[in-house]
Design a protein around this ligand. Structure first.
Ligand code: RIB
Ligand code: CA
Length: 310
């Protein structure tokens, strides 16, 4: 039975590889790709998703979503990592693929309402679209089978010492999602920083020698350059595809039930995912937080995903 998912993302190099991994996968029914502003402004993240789908010949609907956070005035993007286009590196053919009519939030609501409650939401960007759907149509919340999101950290942040980018961009939206009552698997920096895409990984994927492998290499060579400049990593952490990998093979992750609360009040720690690792609050866990990853298995899943394009 294929796992039905909606991928909500802000392409973004690692989002692009999450699309690649889910796109032509016999185990996944990718119902739609919904786009949010994040790594770049919305026009750019929409364009990037369309380019990836066109290049990989993925016949999957792409919907434009929210272009700003729910509450915060200041928009935060990540051009220092993803470049001016949000997907610097690859050169695409002229874009002919078009986005769907209608807003991403409406697509999420309609698709969940019409479902049997068997859809997993996979957000890999700021959670604005997901939270707006929950607030606009509370009746859909019980119909969400699970939320497997890339975001947060119970250790070190990346956009501030406290906070991870996806949560920081729209912490209020993250608060809505983590208080929704639905099963949340939080794939945070704590594990994604263990899957660093070193040059030997790029060479391994290049040897597959298909369109997906060449896109993987073009994306990761750029991503590695900026990750080295900003964080000093010798390989870029492949954040977003870990969500898809964990859906394909749950054994790739070790998770721990924790009560997670989003800091939407403070200045210094705004956007912090306060994960109660030792249950000191005594509060009921609302999330399964990833605490470890099988790195070899993850790269096997990535390699298999690229080979799906042979
Ligand atoms: O902090 C990493 C996350 O922020 C990833 O999803 C990356 O694509 C950016 O959106
Ligand atoms: Ca992302």
């Amino acid at each position: 039975m294929k796992r039905k998912i909606i991928l909500d993302c802000d392409p973004g190099h690692d989002d692009a590889i999450a699309i690649m991994l889910a796109g032509k996968n016999p185990a996944i029914d990718l119902l739609g790709i919904t786009i949010v502003a994040g790594n770049q402004t919305l026009n750019k993240t929409v364009n990037n998703a369309l380019n990836v789908c066109q290049y990989l010949d993925l016949d999957i609907p792409v919907y434009r979503g929210c272009d700003r956070p729910m509450v915060k005035e200041k928009q935060v993007i990540s051009s220092e990592i993803h470049g001016e286009t949000g997907l610097d590196g690859p050169v695409f053919e002229p874009l002919e693929r078009e986005e769907e009519e209608g807003h991403a939030v409406e697509f999420i609501i309609k698709t969940l309402r019409e479902s049997e409650g068997d859809i997993t939401l996979v957000p890999t960007g700021p959670l604005t679209n997901i939270a707006m759907a929950m607030r606009l149509a509370p009746d859909i919340v019980p119909k969400i089978q699970e939320i497997v999101l890339m975001g947060g950290c119970y250790q070190l942040g990346n956009v501030t010492p406290a906070a991870e980018f996806n949560i920081f961009v729209d912490a209020e939206a993250a608060h809505v999602v983590f208080t929704s009552g639905r099963p949340v698997t939080m794939v945070g920096l704590d594990v994604t920083r263990k899957v660093l895409c070193y040059l030997e990984v790029i060479e391994r994927m290049a040897a597959i020698d298909n369109r997906a492998s060449s896109l993987f290499c073009d994306l990761m060579l750029f991503f590695n350059k900026t990750q080295k400049e900003v964080f000093g990593w010798d390989g870029g952490p492949l954040h977003d595809p870990v969500t898809i990998a964990s859906i394909l093979n749950p054994e790739v992750l070790v998770t721990r039930p924790m009560y997670t609360e989003i800091d939407i009040r403070s200045v210094q720690s705004y956007g912090r995912t306060n994960c109660d690792y030792f249950n000191v609050t005594g509060k009921e866990p609302n999330s399964n937080v990833a605490i470890d990853i099988n790195v070899d298995l993850f790269w096997e899943i990535i390699e298999k995903g690229i080979r799906n394009y042979n």
